[in-house]
Design a protein around this ligand. Structure first.
Ligand SMILES: [Zn+2]
Length: 204
């Protein structure tokens, strides 16, 4: 079933974190919403190895609101087992993908693979040539995203295809943190800024 779920944007339950590229006029196809449990799972995994890349799969929903704007909700992060990893690259093996599909069937039936995440210790937030290749081959749906986390500098960002289909490997986006903890943020990445709508702001 290759249709987005039609549902309102969960803006009332979320707070927005922008990267410096969110406001430069790019046109990402989807907005990313992420639950606090998914965010903390990714952070715990990311700092578990400060030398080698680690990664996994983002599971959740692909949605469309009443204005036909698309967004994804990252509800779970599944650290990939059976990956081949080194200090500079990460490969999802066949066993790893089978294991992921088994986990989704067993625990998150009906949810989708909305993207993947991996770390870049000491390297910064970008997609390498290899990452871009992996993304277009393993995550080809226009709405699937790639999250890169740099655990050493505590930074991170989402790479999202633009409406034109182009994926910029250097400019990343922030996300909306879904409030699972009574309004207290868990986001500590130093390259994202909490976006607050100013009263009387008509520029938007
Ligand atoms: Zn990479």
């Amino acid at each position: 079933m290759n249709q987005p779920l039609t549902t309102p944007l969960p803006t009332k339950r979320a707070s927005r974190w922008n990267s410096s590229y969110d406001t430069v006029g790019l046109n990402p196809l989807v907005d990313v919403y992420m639950t606090q449990p998914a965010y903390s799972r990714i952070c715990v995994h990311s700092v578990s190895d400060m030398r080698n890349e680690v990664g996994g799969i983002l599971v959740g929903e692909w949605c469309m609101d009443e204005d036909r704007d698309q967004f994804i909700v990252v509800e779970h992060a599944l650290p990939a087992r059976h990956t081949r990893q080194s200090s500079v690259s990460l490969t999802f093996t066949q066993e790893s993908m089978l294991d992921i599909h088994d986990q989704i069937d067993a625990n998150f039936k009906g949810q989708k693979i909305v993207g993947w995440y991996h770390t870049h210790p000491h390297m910064g937030v970008f997609l390498s040539h290899y990452d871009t290749w992996l993304h277009s081959n393993f995550f080809p749906e226009p709405w699937q995203v790639a999250l890169v986390v740099e655990p050493v500098s505590a930074t991170g960002g989402f790479f999202i295809r633009q409406k034109s289909g182009i994926l910029d490997p250097t400019r990343y986006f922030g996300f909306s943190e879904m409030d699972g903890n009574y309004g207290r943020s868990m986001v500590y990445w130093t390259n994202l800024y909490q976006y607050e709508e100013k009263e009387g702001d008509v520029s938007k």
